[in-house]
Design a binder for this molecule. Structure first.
Ligand SMILES: [Zn+2]
Ligand SMILES: [Zn+2]
Length: 327
C-alpha cells in the first residue's frame, strides 16, 4: 500500500498539482490570490498540456513513441539522482556572490525588466557554452537527442546540467544586482515558458505566432534551435526574449523552405536511453584516448564539438558556413 501511496505522490508531483491541493485542503481559498497561490495554478499547465499533446498525437496517429519513452526514462532517472543539487547550487551562489553585486536594485517593474534581461544574458552564456565547449556539450546533448518535438523534451536533461546552468545564471544575476526575490520570480516565468517552447507540431503546427515572432522567442525559434540542419545549427540560444541572439549574431528564423530535422549530427540511437544520456561522454572519451599528445587531449575537452586534432573540423560554425557559401 505504501508503494501505491508513494507512486500517487509522484504522479501528483509530476502533474504539479500538489501546492494547489494543499491550499484546497487548508480551506483558505484566499491564498490563491497570493504569489504562491497563483504559481500553484500555473504549475499544472505544462504537465496537462503534455498529456493533451500525447493524446492528440495518438488520435492523429503521430504518437512519437520513441521520444516519449526515452524522455520518460530520463525523467525517472533524474528524479532519483539530480533532484536537490540545482537548488543547493542556487542557494550557494546567492550566499557567495551577494556582497559583490555591482549595483543595487529594488522590487519595482523597471528593475524586473532589467532582471529578466540580465537572466537572459546568464541563460545565453550557459547555453552558448553548452554548445561550444565539448565537455559542457556532454551535459547538454541529452536535451538535443530527440528526433521529434513535444513537451516531454522539456524533461530531457542530463542530471548535472541544471546545477551547471543555475550556477552560471544565478551568478550573473547576483553580480549584476538582481535581488533574490526577483530572481526566483524570473526563474519561475523562465521555467514555465521554457517548457512551453517545446510544444510540438502535433499541438501547434505553425508556432511562429504571427507578429510575436518578431518581438519574442516563440516555439518556432526553439524548434530551429533543436534542428540539425546546417542553416539552423547553434542558433537561437535565448529563452523568452531573443535580445542576446540578436546582439551576438546567433538569431535565426524558421524558413518555410528548410524543413526542420530534429536531433544531433552524431550517428546515434535516439530510442536508447544509455546512448541519449551518456553517448556524448563515451564519444569524447574515445577522442581523448585516441588523440596524440597531452595538448590535443586537453583541447578535445574544451574545443567545440566537431573539432579535430587533424584539422578536419566539422564544427557547427564550419558546417553552417559551408552551407551558406554554397547557397
Ligand atoms: Zn541547446
Ligand atoms: Zn529545448
Amino acid at each position: 500500500m505504501e508503494i501505491l501511496q508513494l507512486l500517487w505522490q509522484e504522479v501528483l508531483g509530476f502533474l504539479g498539482v500538489t501546492p494547489a491541493l494543499e491550499i484546497l485542503k487548508s480551506g483558505d481559498y484566499s491564498s490563491f490570490k497570493t504569489y504562491d497561490g497563483i504559481a500553484s495554478l500555473i504549475y499544472p499547465i505544462i504537465p496537462l498540456l503534455l498529456l493533451l499533446e500525447l493524446a492528440v498525437g495518438l488520435v492523429y496517429k503521430k504518437p512519437q513513441i520513441k521520444v516519449y519513452k526515452v524522455n520518460f526514462l530520463i525523467y525517472i532517472f533524474n528524479r532519483f539522482v539530480g533532484r536537490f543539487i540545482a537548488i543547493a547550487m542556487v542557494t550557494y551562489c546567492l550566499g557567495l556572490f551577494s556582497s559583490y553585486a555591482i549595483l543595487e536594485t529594488t522590487n519595482t517593474w523597471y528593475w524586473f525588466i532589467y532582471a529578466y534581461i540580465v537572466w537572459e544574458l546568464g541563460h545565453f552564456v550557459y547555453h552558448y557554452l553548452g554548445h561550444k565547449v565539448r565537455l559542457f556539450w556532454c551535459l547538454h546533448s541529452t536535451h538535443h537527442a530527440p528526433e521529434e518535438m513535444n513537451l516531454s523534451v522539456t524533461h530531457a536533461h542530463f542530471f548535472l546540467e541544471a546545477p551547471y546552468a543555475d550556477t552560471i545564471r544565478t551568478t550573473v544575476c547576483i553580480l549584476l544586482g538582481v535581488k533574490p526575490e526577483m530572481l526566483f520570480t524570473v526563474m519561475f516565468i523562465d521555467g514555465t515558458y521554457g517548457a512551453f517552447i517545446h510544444i510540438g507540431e502535433n499541438m501547434i503546427k505553425d508556432a511562429r505566432f504571427g507578429f510575436l515572432n518578431k518581438l519574442m522567442l516563440t516555439p518556432s525559434h526553439h524548434r530551429v534551435h533543436h534542428a540539425r540542419n546546417p542553416l539552423y545549427m547553434d542558433t537561437n540560444f535565448c529563452n523568452l526574449l531573443n535580445i542576446w541572439d540578436r546582439v551576438f549574431g546567433t538569431y535565426q528564423e524558421e524558413q518555410r523552405d528548410v524543413k526542420i530535422e530534429y536531433g544531433i549530427t552524431r550517428e546515434m540511437n535516439s530510442g536508447n536511453f544509455l546512448d541519449v544520456y551518456f553517448g556524448e561522454i563515451v564519444a569524447l572519451f574515445k577522442d581523448v584516448v585516441n588523440a596524440p599528445g597531452i595538448l590535443n587531449k586537453i583541447l578535445y575537452l574544451f574545443m567545440p564539438p566537431g573539432w579535430s586534432h587533424n584539422g578536419d573540423h566539422k564544427t557547427a560554425k564550419v558546417v553552417r558556413k559551408a552551407y551558406l557559401d554554397n547557397s
